[in-house]
Design a protein around this ligand. Structure first.
Ligand code: FMN
Length: 238
């Protein structure tokens, strides 16, 4: 009898040990690793581009693995994306289109920010406003705050702007003259009150003749993501 009891006790011990081991494995596997969020999310991903000022060149994939000591330096690491959507927008219409385009293509986004922001007065085109004076001056090159440090990483650059008196704002000339676009494909787009795209990009084309320029496209201020991507998907650049 004693022997049978001893065997039964031994079997019970083995069974309960096996059950404990099983529970530990399941719990460990189901729990997310402590640092899972920190490992996959960089602080910039929580910002919208307009809040990011010159940092609005948004990496689509930025593994935050800066070596020790690099954190204090301004970083603009290559993101892996080969498509850049660069835009200027004085009243946010072009910005909306640019954001939809960058989201749809998984492209990086860069806002061309004027060193001297345009006030409402500057944009009052019924007066002798700053915007009008710039458009009437072929030498005007409004300064840009910030740069695209890693322009060489991009094969395709979308250029977005509002139409000002039938043309791209002069700050777009500042931008195009600041980089070497040779060998890249440039695809312009604009928003306007009603004007067509026309030859609004002609000055820009002559300034970057080493690039391959595709035909530009005009969007209305409230263009939907579907409108924007219907155009982008037809370009065959993915
Ligand atoms: C100085 C100035 C000139 C403009 N000229 C034109 C024009 O020639 N044709 C047109 O349809 N809209 C014109 N517009 C309207 C803008 O193109 C339109 O509002 C555009 O969507 C603004 O884009 P944004 O919000 O990205 O700056 C002009 C606006 C300004 C401020």
């Amino acid at each position: 009898m004693k022997r049978i009891t001893a065997i039964l006790l031994a079997v019970l011990m083995v069974l309960s040990l096996a059950a404990c081991a099983g529970e530990t494995g399941t719990a460990g596997g189901a729990e997310p690793p402590q640092n899972s969020t920190a490992a996959t999310q960089t602080p910039d991903e929580t910002k919208v581009p307009s809040e990011m000022g010159n940092e609005s060149q948004r990496p689509s994939e930025t593994p935050d693995t800066a070596p020790d000591g690099a954190a204090s330096e301004p970083r603009q690491e290559p993101t892996g994306s080969k498509i850049l959507v660069a835009y200027f927008s004085a009243t946010n219409n072009t910005e909306g289109v640019a954001q939809k385009l960058a989201d749809g293509l998984g492209a990086d986004l860069y806002e061309i920010v004027p060193e001297q922001p345009y006030t409402d007065e500057d944009l009052d085109y019924n007066s002798d406003c700053r915007a009008n004076r710039e458009q009437n001056d072929s030498t005007a090159r409004p300064a840009i705050s910030g740069t695209v440090d890693n322009m060489e990483q991009y094969d395709v650059v979308f250029l977005g702007y509002p139409i000002w008196w039938g043309e791209a704002p002069k700050i777009m000339s500042t931008f195009i003259e600041s980089y070497d676009f040779s060998g890249k494909t440039i695809i312009p787009f604009c928003t306007s009150g009603s004007s067509r795209f026309g030859d609004s990009d002609s000055a820009l084309r002559s300034a970057a003749s080493g690039a391959t320029w595709l035909d530009g496209h005009r969007f209305s201020a409230g263009a939907s993501a579907e409108d924007v991507m219907a155009w982008a998907d037809g370009l065959g650049i993915k």
